[in-house]
Design a protein around this ligand. Structure first.
Ligand SMILES: Cc1ncc(COP(=O)(O)O)c(C=O)c1O
Length: 452
């Protein structure tokens, strides 16, 4: 029997994160101050982030050492396993070789702790006692609750109200790890109260929860803010995934032809593909294909314009140059809560704009169909977000079947779906529905783009 798992020894876990910034063919567009519209300075960010993370955000260094204390916690679940999906290949009768790097074995069940632990560490080191953050369906909130537990930091999580009410399990995880969680919009912030005054029934959105968490951090001296995706330093921390995978693909004696991942804010997939794309940028692997997958309900790269926009609803964050559906846009309630965001990581947007990566948008019913196929071949119940990549990987593997090519397909598998079984139930019972691209809603939201 061919080996199906590529297991890296703990002592071979990479000890550095990879920073793409010095290797970009053109510099990243600057981040602008929301008031002055001038480039932000480290001092502008100091009220809400620790200096170490601010320096990482703009760092010119290609590699950044992972602190010993962070490595020690990483080793409680890392290195994660690279699998060869023999059974899925067989079921598809494809000559393609399908690999998946599985991040579902962290304590929180996803890739999010890779940055949560690092962010908690740097905050602790700079004496921060309390952090505020937002969470959609609870993946990020639970990961940061775990990170803050390890470093004894108080955490307040603003959780999108519809998830708070409908998806109790991640809320309970957050509380079990010792953090406080409130439904957003809440009455605890001005941003929340303003929205509730207009619409007392508002079910919330990620952009609104970000406004609440940023306001909380900006108005209290003892509190910092933490974001689980989008920003450069978050993508940086996730590169441990791709750095490990490079070693594991070497163990397999293979190099990927196609790398596929889902993008919400872009952190898990960038964490996988940034350590590879440097080979494409350097000209060593010009044919490497990198496919970003997003939902039809929030098709940021495939339908949005490339423009400066806020990261949140209330317009409190710096302005980021990104593909955006408009910061006031609230996506339809698809199950992949982590992909319901109006914007995207500036690094991903820049690479897409330069034509170095591709993007595709998928409906949720075929996405769950792929998730069920994966469960019935590889045995893993996949979170709704990475079910998107499984769908596109299957499509690519079937193309290989037609053409007879034996390509290496690498899936960035960001987490398990054990708390998403209601979504699987909806699919299996035929109650799931698809959401079209809401063109009119996006058009309206884009009228609110800030003038730069
Ligand atoms: C399992 C999982 N995958 C992917 C995502 C999307 O986020 P990102 O694009 O930052 O990886 C999320 C976000 O919550 C998630 O929970």
């Amino acid at each position: 029997m061919e080996r199906t798992k590529f297991i890296l020894d703990e002592k071979d876990m990479p000890t550095r994160w990879y920073n793409i910034l010095p290797d970009l063919p053109e510099p990243l567009p600057q981040v602008l101050h929301p008031g002055t519209k001038q480039p932000v300075t480290p001092d502008d960010l100091k009220p809400i982030f620790p200096m170490a993370l601010i320096m990482q955000e703009f760092s010119p260094e290609r590699y950044i050492e992972i602190p010993e204390e962070v490595q020690a916690i990483y080793r409680t679940w890392r290195p994660t396993i690279l699998h060869r999906a023999h059974r899925l290949e067989k079921a598809l009768d494809t000559p393609a070789k399908i690999f998946f790097k599985y991040e579902g074995t962290s304590q929180a069940g996803s890739h999010k702790p890779n940055t949560a632990v690092a962010q908690a560490y740097y905050n602790k080191k700079e004496g921060v006692k309390r952090i505020a953050t937002e969470t959609g369906a609870g993946q990020w909130g639970s990961a940061l609750a775990m990170g803050c537990m390890f470093f004894d930091i108080e955490l307040k999580v603003y959780m999108v109200k519809i998830s708070y009410e409908q998806k109790p399990y991640r809320r309970i995880l957050i509380e079990t790890w010792g953090a406080t969680v409130v439904p957003s919009p809440s009455t605890d912030t001005k941003a929340g109260r303003d929205i509730l005054a207009q619409d007392p029934e508002c079910t919330g959105s990620l952009g609104l929860a970000i406004s609440e968490a940023v306001e909380d951090a900006a108005t209290r001296d003892d509190t910092n803010y933490s974001l689980g995706s989008v920003l450069n330093h978050v993508l940086l921390h996730q590169t441990i995934i791709g750095e490990e995978t490079r070693k594991q693909m070497e163990m397999a004696g293979e190099y990927p032809d196609i790398i596929i991942g889902c993008i919400g804010g872009g952190s898990n997939f960038a964490g996988q593909f940034l350590p590879w794309i440097r080979d494409k940028i350097s000209g060593e692997k010009p044919d490497l294909r990198i496919i970003c997958v997003e939902p039809k309900a929030a098709p940021t790269l495939t339908k949005g314009p490339y423009a400066y926009d806020f990261g949140d609803v209330a317009g409190l964050t710096p302005l980021l140059k990104m593909y955006t559906l408009g910061h006031t846009f609230i996506p339809s309630p698809i199950h992949a809560g982590g992909l319901r965001y109006h914007g995207m990581a500036p690094i991903i947007c820049h690479l897409y704009n330069l034509g170095l990566i591709e993007a595709r948008a998928e409906y949720q019913i075929p996405v769950f169909e792929a998730g069920v196929k994966f469960a019935r071949t590889e045995g893993i119940i996949t979170a709704p977000e990475p079910c998107h990549n499984v769908k596109v990987a299957i499509d690519e593997a079937l193309k290989c079947k037609e053409s007879g090519e034996s390509k290496n397909i690498l899936i960035a598998h960001s987490g398990h779906g054990h708390f998403d079984l209601a979504a699987y139930d909806e699919y299996l019972s035929g109650r799931m529905k698809d959401y079209e691209f809401p063109e009119d809603k996006v058009k309206e939201a884009l009228t609110h783009l800030p003038k730069v």
